[in-house]
Design a protein around this ligand. Structure first.
Ligand code: FMN
Length: 406
């Protein structure tokens, strides 16, 4: 690991416990929000939306209820960064949430925890209790007059509940189905109140920004935009794991230096750069800077930073089939294009991989991807159609070979 942003993850010294909170409480809320805006922090949940701008959508200087939600659902296949923060540095997250709450005027926060993270559900409340005991959370934080409370809510293992409006529905005790937007959570969120939703890692960047200043955060990236980034690297590499590197580090460096290159001396075939829902890159496309804008320019996404590395032995049609099975299973069923489209794509890919495909099947999958794209309430539709279409576009010969050799 190179640059240091978070405390225990990188064993760094640039940030010490709750110092940023102490500094925060000596500032006016709008000054804190301005620092976050100037840092250029972009959401780490997948979309990369600028945090400072999101905070502006909330009512300013309001005396009404504002909720804060930490999205710890972490359902994107290939992603394991949030669990690390919650396991090894929960106080970093708590501190980030308290600072954000102070800046936006929230009194109540929730951590929506992935259902499968049972062991974290056991000790996260203990960390919260520790913070309360030390006067860093709860009533009258550090004698400032500001009070903020956090509760942990455990999800039930649904991928779509990571989508912020489905998450809010689930938190309200309803089936986790995305809401039609607008209105957005910033004005109509939990129980109809203004709500700020951020990913675990986004909140965890905030103490560094407050303690070291927005310019230090920008300088921690190799592009001058956006701090460091946690990359979960899995698949056919020698050293799979979680790596904190400057935002903008090249994908090649992450695979060959951080993760020690391809296992068994094999050739690299393809990489999914930001979690399963981001379009695949071929081996000749890895000289790319891992930041939001550069990846968007090459028609993929930084997403959650979950890098899945595949060697020469991998069959891309089988990867597409597995992805389709996952999405067909996880579609909440609310929108017909997603419900029917994912089921149909799964069926077509299943029969192609099983050697029973029809000549038109490949074009049919591409048509379905186009049809799902943009016609669903939430971005789940893009999460299915963009990566599967990219696999077919970039590795079409492998799919065609299955049809020819049926
Ligand atoms: C299908 C789907 C699943 C999602 N899953 C997650 C998730 O597990 N964790 C997360 O932080 N964001 C997830 N998101 C993004 C959230 O809707 C939201 O944009 C994010 O929590 C905002 O936090 P940020 O501003 O820190 O990025 C998902 C979005 C979609 C469409």
């Amino acid at each position: 690991m190179k640059k240091i942003l978070t405390a225990n993850i990188s064993g760094g010294t640039k940030i010490s416990g709750y110092e940023a909170l102490k500094k925060t409480l000596s500032m006016r809320p709008e000054e804190v929000a301005f620092m976050v805006e100037r840092s250029g922090l972009r959401g780490r949940g997948g979309g990369g939306f600028p945090a400072g701008l999101k905070w502006k959508f909330l009512p300013q200087n309001s005396r009404g209820t504002i909720y804060l939600i930490c999205n710890a659902d972490e359902g994107e296949p290939g992603t394991f960064k949030d669990r690390h923060i919650m396991e090894f540095d929960p106080h970093l997250l708590i501190e980030g949430m308290v600072i954000a709450a102070y800046a936006v005027g929230a009194k109540q926060g929730f951590i929506y925890l992935r259902g499968e993270y049972g062991w974290i559900a056991k000790f996260l409340p203990k960390a919260i209790d520790e913070a309360v005991r030390e006067g860093l959370l709860g009533d009258n934080i550090l004698g400032s007059g500001f009070s903020f409370y956090i509760d942990v809510f455990r999800g039930a293992g649904s991928y779509v509940c990571g989508e912020e409006t489905a998450l809010i529905e689930s938190l309200e005790g309803k089936p986790g189905r995305p809401r039609l937007r607008p209105p957005f959570p910033g004005t109509n969120g939990l129980y109809g109140k203004p709500t700020l939703v951020h990913n675990v890692t986004t909140f965890s960047c905030i103490p560094f920004i407050i303690q070291n200043g927005p310019d230090a955060f920008k300088a921690a990236s190799s592009t001058g935009r956006g701090g460091t980034k946690l990359f979960s690297i899995s698949g056919h590499v020698n050293k799979p794991g979680l790596y904190e590197y400057p935002m903008g580090t090249s994908l090649r460096e992450l695979i060959y230096e951080a993760a020690g290159g391809i296992k068994g001396g094999k050739e690299l075939k393809a990489v999914i750069p930001g979690g399963l829902s981001t379009p695949i890159l071929r081996a000749d496309e890895i000289d790319v800077s891992m930041d939001f804008d550069t990846l968007a320019a090459v028609k993929t996404m930084l997403g959650s930073g979950g890098i899945i590395v595949m060697d020469e032995t991998v069959s891309i049609p089988r990867v597409a089939q597995k992805a389709a099975r996952f999405y067909a299973h996880e579609s909440c069923g609310q929108c017909a294009p997603c419900r029917e489209g994912t089921a149909m794509i799964k069926l077509l890919l299943d029969r192609m991989v099983n050697g029973q495909g029809e000549q038109d099947d490949l074009d049919q999958v591409m048509r379905l991807c186009r049809y799902i794209n943009g016609s669903t309430i939430c971005a789940f539709g893009y999460a299915v159609s963009l990566p599967i279409a990219a696999m077919i576009r970039k590795f079409r010969n492998e799919f065609e070979a299955l049809l020819e050799n049926r």
